[in-house]
Design a protein around this ligand. Sequence first.
Ligand code: IPM
Ligand code: MN
Length: 385
Amino acid sequence: MTSTTTSPAAPTTHRIAAIPADGVGIEVIDAGRHVLDVVAKIAGDFSFDWTEFDWGSEYYAQHGRMMPEDGLETLKPFDAIYFGAVGWENVRDDVSLWGLRLNITQNFDQWANIRPVRFLPGVLSPLRKADDTQLDWVCVRENSEGEYAGLGGRNLAGRGPGNEVAIQSSLFTEKGCERIMRYAFDLARTREVKKVSSVTKSNAQQYGMVLWDEVFARVAADYPDVETESVLVDAMSAKFVLKPEDLSVVVASNLNADILSDLGSALAGSLGLAASANINPERRFPSMFEPVHGSAPDIAGQGICNPIGTISSGALMLEHLGHPDAARVVEAAIENVTGRGVKTRDIGGSASTREVAEAVAAEVEALWRADEDTRTPDTSDAALA
Ligand code: IPM
Ligand code: MN
């Protein structure tokens, strides 16, 4: 196509499905959307077209299911999903989770779950060494199989009380292990410290985890420039506390990474800080961005929950959608805001959810303006995937 005019290209519109779901999910998605809309407005070359869905435990109370039967079909055309939190007392947790969040991650083959552990200025870590040591690592979670394969069953209830049995099988496939490990190595290559730590338990789990180790050794051979180690999950939990400066990229199976990522965010100061990206790297399906924390019924509806995990997840979404500069600005804005002491209660402040979101949005504007002269419109397709 040729054109004689020099007018800028029309802004890209990203169609995003917002699913706040339960509890504090509603407040944090509202906060995250506010920041993302400000980023888009100020960047000027993209915008968000939001569609909000009321799926979740309240929807379940009315319809007997967490999302409509054709919910996945409805979500499929979106560019990404921005997800809050799921779980409420009216629905058993396994029903609500498999009915919504795990339904989406599994069926959209969001096999890579990326969870950065970030230590922010002005946020006290329970780790004393965080005061004077540079700490920064990423958990790369296998997100499609392993201990979350959903394989198993219950039986023998007919024999009477006390006799029922249950089997919950883990599934490890060479393909599943290999793709997440390659993802971890590729990510490590983009980082200052080029190292991948594999989390295993092959001393006790002699089938699945031995396969995991074998695939790790095979994949590592293709990345001679990346340092590796293989650490048992129990030892890794100790290492998170005792020698976290040794970590850069940590690749682990579904359950092991689930547990370790909570430990990581607690060490960084609060579960409310941690971001998460459920990525379908092939982009056959929309990827989903969400905070690591849950629906927090004890503080839901009070406007005091920490929106930073959700706002940081928004930064991961910006990166995935091809706006790495905008993502960096959001991350820098978060650092400046916590550094100034604008913080929610969980990290020792007294600001409301909304106040933190507004402070981050204002800081995004200030940083963007300060940088305006040097900035060129961001059209790069670089992304997490
Ligand atoms: C998380 C959560 C989920 C998980 C639950 C809600 C199913 O704990 O995102 O870490 O275990 O994957
Ligand atoms: Mn978890």
